[in-house]
Design a protein around this ligand. Structure first.
Ligand code: SF4
Length: 452
């Protein structure tokens, strides 16, 4: 885990607050299930679920990992002290957790919990192989399969969105075949562009709405949908501000390693907006404000001048978290902008036909993901330009025959356009594998960029 994290997370109250909220899903779901149906999802499109009166949850959040005692103690302390004084109140945690575990991890709260989330993924990957999931499937699909096997019974339904990847489609189907979830809806994708595609998605959305109404017994409310879209638009605007306004600057609100982890939190938490949308918007508003305050405060900010900026993508099929600390040690910074790249941070128009607008947004996502590797390559180049980054670390996930083969096309486009954007390919199989290779490649890239 990034060695520079602990020092600046301890007094970064909004980050601490969002992290605790992220890891509180088991409590939130337990309370909510008395009144609302619970719906799993695998991409950050929770608006239909929320507007339909159900509770969205990204399944990995439901796991009570090895450090769940720490999370419970932190929730208790936060409730007692408020997030603002949580950092100062770690003393009180001594009383909340008599085992002393909290004391050992107090300076390392988020690191430790993230490590436990990573362990959850590792265990799920191993289990999915035992369950017969082909071993040559990508890490992400295997991990989710194992997690749904373990936690799918908490869900009343599941919302799967197809992308141009047969492995991901197989994973969604396997949830139904193996009865890991009670009611599984897989939204198909159009394979052509144009108005036909919008109409296709509109129909799929209505099919999903009717499916959801049958399970929840609640009518889908378009006024509520409008409110939900307004709130998620606000959240997306703020997430974009982190990547497009703050990340490109040389003065960061915290160390580069912490900033990478914070990017990770944004990626994971956007999936279901930490189950509580209004609260999420409040928290991210505070987070962005606190980032600006820290940037203005010489004792809290981090001067990253001379630290090359790298983006690490695609990462949703599995990624190496150690890359953040490796880059930090080398005097570089790594950002994780996947959702921004795929268009999942694009706002939805809130006037006129909302279902149609949402369909148009889903099309943007399909194009953001790239209907072809050429389109994906163009998207990476555009994002690299918008984020003013110096290089791309392309994550080639073992078993992926779709997106992760796209680095060749990306390099071809860069060559043809004569753009100055170095691309380094790192292969990923399991977390912690090939750390030596990761270090060598990142270090060669950082050295080259620093020597420019
Ligand atoms: S990493 Fe590749 S194989 Fe895995 S879900 Fe993503 S596109 Fe599909």
């Amino acid at each position: 885990m990034p060695k520079n994290m602990a020092a600046d997370t301890i007094d970064f109250k909004s980050y601490l607050q969002m992290s605790i909220e992220f890891f509180s899903a088991p409590e939130i779901v337990e309370q909510a299930r008395k009144e609302r149906k619970i719906c799993g999802l695998t991409f950050p499109f929770s608006e239909l679920i929320i507007a339909g009166g159900a509770l969205p949850v990204f399944v990995p959040r439901l796991n009570k990992g090895r450090r769940y005692d720490v999370i419970k103690a932190a929730i208790a302390a936060k409730n007692l002290l408020g997030a603002g004084t949580l950092a100062m109140g770690f003393d009180l945690l001594k009383n909340v957790d008599r085992s002393g575990t909290v004391i050992n991890v107090a300076g390392n709260l988020i690191n430790d919990i993230i490590m436990s989330l990573n362990e959850t993924y590792e265990a799920a990957v191993k289990e999915s192989a035992d369950l017969g999931m082909p071993v040559d499937h990508c890490y992400g699909a295997k991990a989710l399969f194992g997690l749904y096997k373990k936690l799918g019974h908490f869900l009343d339904m599941n919302f799967g969105l197809d992308v141009r990847c047969s492995v991901f489609f197989n994973f969604h189907e396997a949830l139904t075949i193996n009865k890991f979830v009670k009611n599984n809806f897989i939204m198909d994708m159009p394979y052509t562009a144009g108005t036909d595609a919008v109409e296709f998605f509109e129909k799929e959305i209505w099919n999903y709405i009717h499916f959801q109404e049958r399970i929840t017994g609640k009518r889908f409310d378009e006024n509520k949908f409008k409110n939900v879209l307004e709130l998620t638009n606000q959240a997306k605007k703020l997430i974009k501000a982190v990547y497009l306004d703050i990340a490109p600057g040389d003065i960061l609100p915290c160390s580069p390693a912490t900033f990478s982890e914070l990017n990770g939190l944004l990626v994971y938490s956007q999936m279901d907006y930490n189950c509580r949308l209004q609260r999420y918007v409040d928290h991210i508003t505070q987070l962005v404000q606190e980032m600006h305050d820290r940037i203005d405060n010489t004792s809290k900010r981090f001067d990253a001048t001379g630290y090359p900026k790298l983006i690490y993508t695609p990462m949703f099929g599995g990624f190496e978290p150690e890359i953040a600390s490796i880059a930090d040690e080398l005097g570089a910074r790594v950002y994780y902008p996947d959702w921004l790249l795929y268009g999942a941070c694009e706002e939805v128009k809130t006037t006129g036909n909302l279902v149609r607008n949402y369909a148009e947004n889903l099309i943007k996502f399909q194009h953001g993901f790239g209907l072809t590797n050429e389109e994906m390559g163009e998207n990476i180049i555009k994002l690299a330009h918008d984020m003013k980054v110096d290089g791309v670390i392309f994550n080639e996930v073992f078993g992926c025959r779709t997106m992760c083969t796209g680095h060749r096309m990306l390099k071809d486009i860069i060559r043809k356009k004569e753009i100055d954007l170095p691309v380094n390919v790192i292969t990923f199989n399991n977390m912690g594998d090939s750390l030596g290779q990761v270090k060598t490649r990142v270090s060669a890239m950082v050295e080259m960029l620093k020597g420019k």
